[in-house]
Design a protein around this ligand. Structure first.
Ligand SMILES: Cc1cc2nc3c(=O)[nH]c(=O)nc-3n(C[C@H](O)[C@H](O)[C@H](O)COP(=O)(O)OP(=O)(O)OC[C@H]3O[C@@H](n4cnc5c(N)ncnc54)[C@H](O)[C@@H]3O)c2cc1C
Length: 318
C-alpha cells in the first residue's frame, strides 16, 4: 500500500464539541492543527434535534446547526479539517504515528483524542424511527422535553437508576423497564429508585416495540419474559440507558483505559499516560457526557498541548 508522510505539530482526532473546541484553541495558539473528522463529522449532536442546554443559544438550536457553527469557528482560525478516520496509531515513540484511512501516515508532536462515545441502542426499527421524536439515550439532555408527562426508561445499571431518578423529578411517572428480576446497579442507587414514589419498576420486562402516531411516541409495547404476557404502557418519552461504548478500539495496547474502554487521564488535566497525547470529551468521561463538558475539556486539551510544546521548546532548568 502506498504511504504518504506528513508531519504536524498538533493532530486532532474527532470532530464533536471536544475536537472542534480543541481546534479553536490550538489554531488561535498557532499550533496549525489538522483535524480528522471521522465518519460522523460533527459528532453525536448531528443525530439530535433541539439542543437547549448549550450556553450561548438562548432560543436553543438544532444539533447539526450547532455543529456547523463549531466547524466554521474552528475553520475561521485556520484549522485544516479533513474527512477521514484514523485506522491505527503508534504512540511507542515520539513523534507519534497516526495512520489515516489505512494508507496515509502522519507524524505528530501532539495528538488530541476526541473520538467520543457511542450510545448503545436496543436495535429496534421503531427506536430508530422515533429517535429525536420521543426516543432518547440521554435523560439530562432530553428529560426537560417531557416535563409533567409519562416516560419509560430501559436499563438496570447505575446509569439507568440515576437517569430514572433524574426523570422522576421532571416527569409525572417513570416506568423503569428491567430485563431481569434484579438490578445491576449499586445497592444505594437501587434504594434511591425504590424510594422514589413516581418510579414504577417493571422487572422481567423487555421492550418489543415503541409505538407512535408517525410523529411522536405514544406507548411502549413490552413483554414479561417470565409469563410471556405482552402489554402496552402509554408514554410520551422513551429513554435507553443500557450503556455507551467509548470509541477507543484503535488505542488498545497504546493508552491506559478502564475496564470499559474509557481513556484514563491524569485528574484535573487531559494528559494520558503517553507524553504529548491528550484526551478530551466523552472518550474519557463516562460520567457527565454533555456537549458543554466535552467542549470544556477540548479547551483543556489544546492548552495542555500548547504548554507541552512550549516546555519542550524552552525547557526550564531544574
Ligand atoms: C441523541 C443525542 C442527543 C444529545 N443531546 C444533547 C444535548 O441536548 N445537550 C448536550 O449537552 N449533550 C447532548 N448529547 C451528548 C453530546 O452529544 C455528547 O456529550 C458530545 O457530543 C460529546 O462530544 P465529543 O466531542 O466528546 O464526542 P462526539 O460528539 O461523540 O464526537 C466524536 C467524534 O470523533 C470522531 N471519531 C470517532 N472515531 C474516530 C476515528 N477513528 N478517527 C477519526 N475520528 C473519529 C467521530 O466521527 C466524531 O466526529 C446528546 C447525545 C446524543 C446521542
Amino acid at each position: 500500500m502506498s504511504q504518504e508522510n506528513e508531519h504536524v505539530e498538533c493532530l486532532i482526532i474527532g470532530s464533536g464539541p471536544a475536537g472542534y473546541t480543541a481546534a479553536i484553541y490550538a489554531a488561535r495558539a498557532d499550533l496549525k492543527p489538522i483535524m480528522y473528522t471521522g465518519m460522523q463529522a460533527g459528532g453525536q449532536l448531528t443525530q439530535t434535534t433541539d439542543v437547549e442546554n448549550f450556553p450561548g443559544y438562548p432560543q436553543g438550536i438544532m444539533g447539526p446547526e450547532m455543529m456547523e457553527d463549531f466547524r466554521k469557528q474552528a475553520e475561521r482560525f485556520g484549522t485544516d479539517i479533513r474527512f477521514g478516520y484514523v485506522s491505527s496509531v503508534d504512540f511507542s515513540s515520539a513523534p507519534h504515528k497516526v495512520v489515516v484511512d489505512e494508507i496515509k501516515t502522519i507524524t505528530a508532536d501532539t495528538v488530541i483524542i476526541a473520538t467520543g462515545a457511542t450510545a448503545k441502542w436496543l436495535g429496534l426499527p421503531s427506536e430508530q424511527q422515533y429517535n429525536g421524536f420521543g426516543v432518547s439515550a440521554c435523560a439530562v439532555c432530553d428529560g426537560f422535553f417531557f416535563k409533567g408527562q409519562d416516560v419509560a426508561i430501559v436499563g438496570a445499571g447505575d446509569t439507568a437508576a440515576e437517569e430514572a431518578t433524574y426523570l422522576a423529578k421532571l416527569c409525572n411517572k417513570v416506568h423503569l423497564l428491567v430485563r431481569r428480576d434484579e438490578f445491576r446497579a449499586s445497592k444505594a442507587m437501587v434504594a434511591r429508585v425504590l424510594a422514589t414514589p413516581n418510579i414504577e419498576v417493571h422487572y422481567n420486562t423487555e421492550t418489543q416495540e415503541i409505538l407512535g402516531n408517525g410523529k411522536n411516541v405514544t406507548a411502549v409495547k413490552v413483554i414479561n419474559n417470565k409469563s410471556n404476557i405482552t402489554s402496552e404502557i402509554p408514554v410520551e418519552g422513551f429513554f435507553v440507558a443500557i450503556g455507551h461504548k467509548p470509541n477507543t478500539d484503535i488505542f488498545k495496547g497504546q493508552l491506559e483505559m478502564d475496564e470499559t474502554g474509557y481513556l484514563l487521564t491524569k485528574p484535573g488535566s487531559t494528559l494520558t499516560n503517553i507524553e504529548g497525547v491528550f484526551a478530551c470529551g466523552d472518550v474519557q468521561d463516562m460520567y457527565y457526557r454533555q456537549a458543554v463538558t466535552a467542549a470544556g475539556s477540548g479547551c483543556m486539551a489544546a492548552l495542555d498541548a500548547e504548554r507541552y510544546l512550549a516546555a519542550k521548546e524552552h525547557p526550564v532548568e531544574a
